[in-house]
Design a protein around this ligand. Structure first.
Ligand SMILES: Nc1ncnc2c1ncn2[C@@H]1O[C@H](COP(=O)(O)OP(=O)(O)O)[C@@H](O)[C@H]1O
Ligand SMILES: O=C(O)C1=C[C@@H](OP(=O)(O)O)[C@@H](O)[C@H](O)C1
Length: 296
């Protein structure tokens, strides 16, 4: 792939904090560093080459980074999302989408966006439990324990079995009970999958109080460790226990900017929705093609 370097030109004055510019597909991430006062160093991360080059006299390091899920530009993303949802809606025909994944993976955030695009309602299992019981999730965990919460979670999922036209944002632990898979099999189960580092940072950004399994009082001492390290340890452990369960989902949607993304940042909610709808369109089209072939 050729680097479209001609559009990259830059003048720099003063001290340079690293800046990351997200560019167009196939995605380049351009970091601007200042190694010397006068000449910033541009670092292009791209899929096809790993070499140094010069752009307009500036030293450029182009680093290889395989990135097969190229995303559209943010400015054309809305059009892509509209086109994809128009394609997916008739094929879905009211079938529910169940979003599964770890705490902080964006099930509620992406779920709302996808629901809006498809003209679906968004149903959040934790919120439904809270509405039914008049108590918050941490309260239920504290007063009755995790198993009581899991019973409520299964009850809500069972009640949703006959629902149509909804994106269901499940709680991160819903995949742990076999019976829940029976309820969710009425729809398409979609796993939002990202690295523990990204999930931990997002959970901390929200504050861990609302997620009892990550709160300071949950198992796994935070003594002698900072909050991020303690949260990362918990998230890593929970993820390793559940990964094989999440993997049972019909679709796996990565949250990183690229497969090599160390979790510093994630794809935007719109990017994740784009990946989700693309994968869903492919899946539904293949299913529809198979049905047509079987009928012929
Ligand atoms: N793609 C994203 N990019 C940036 N922040 C996100 C993204 N998805 C979710 N977030 C943020 O991460 C946090 C957790 O998201 P949330 O949707 O509540 O996750 P979940 O429902 O899976 O627990 C929230 O603060 C939300 O705003
Ligand atoms: O992973 C889990 O076991 C849980 C995830 C939470 O939901 P989110 O995934 O929406 O944070 C909530 O259901 C409860 O705190 C337990």
């Amino acid at each position: 792939m050729a680097l479209r370097t001609s559009t990259v030109g830059c003048r720099w004055s003063g001290p340079a904090p690293p800046v990351v510019i997200h560019s167009r597909a196939p995605r380049l991430s351009i970091q601007i560093h200042s190694t010397r006062e006068s000449w910033p160093r541009l670092r292009l991360r791209d899929q096809a080459c790993r070499k140094s080059c010069f752009i307009k006299g500036l030293p450029i390091k182009a680093a290889a980074e395989t990135y097969h899920e190229s995303l559209p530009d943010q400015d054309v993303l809305t059009e892509h999302l509209d086109a994809l949802s128009a394609q997916v809606s008739p094929l879905l025909n009211g079938t529910c989408l169940y979003l599964v994944g770890m705490m902080g993976s964006g099930k509620s955030t992406v779920g709302k966006l996808v629901a809006t695009l498809l003209g679906y309602q968004i149903l959040d299992v934790d919120s439904l439990i809270q509405d039914q019981t008049g108590r918050s999730v941490p309260q239920i965990f504290a007063e009755e324990g995790e198993q009581a919460f899991r019973d409520l979670e299964s009850k809500v999922l069972q009640e949703l079995m006959t629902t149509k036209d909804a994106v269901v944002s499940t709680g991160g632990g819903a995949v742990m009970r076999e019976e829940n898979w029976g309820y969710m099999s009425q729809g398409v189960v979609i796993w939002l999958t990202g690295p523990a580092e990204l999930l931990s940072r997002r959970a901390l950004q929200d504050g861990t109080k609302s997620r009892p399994l990550l709160s300071a009082s949950s198992s796994g001492s935070t003594e002698g460790r900072d909050e991020y390290a303690a949260t990362l340890a918990k998230v890593t452990r929970i993820l390793s226990e559940r990964e094989h369960l999440y993997a049972r989902a019909d679709l796996h949607i990565p949250l990183g900017v690229s497969p090599q993304d160390p979790g510093e940042r994630g794809a935007t909610p719109a990017d994740v929705a784009y990946r989700l709808l693309t994968a869903l369109a492919e899946r539904l089209k293949t299913g529809a093609d198979k049905q047509v072939a079987a009928a012929a």
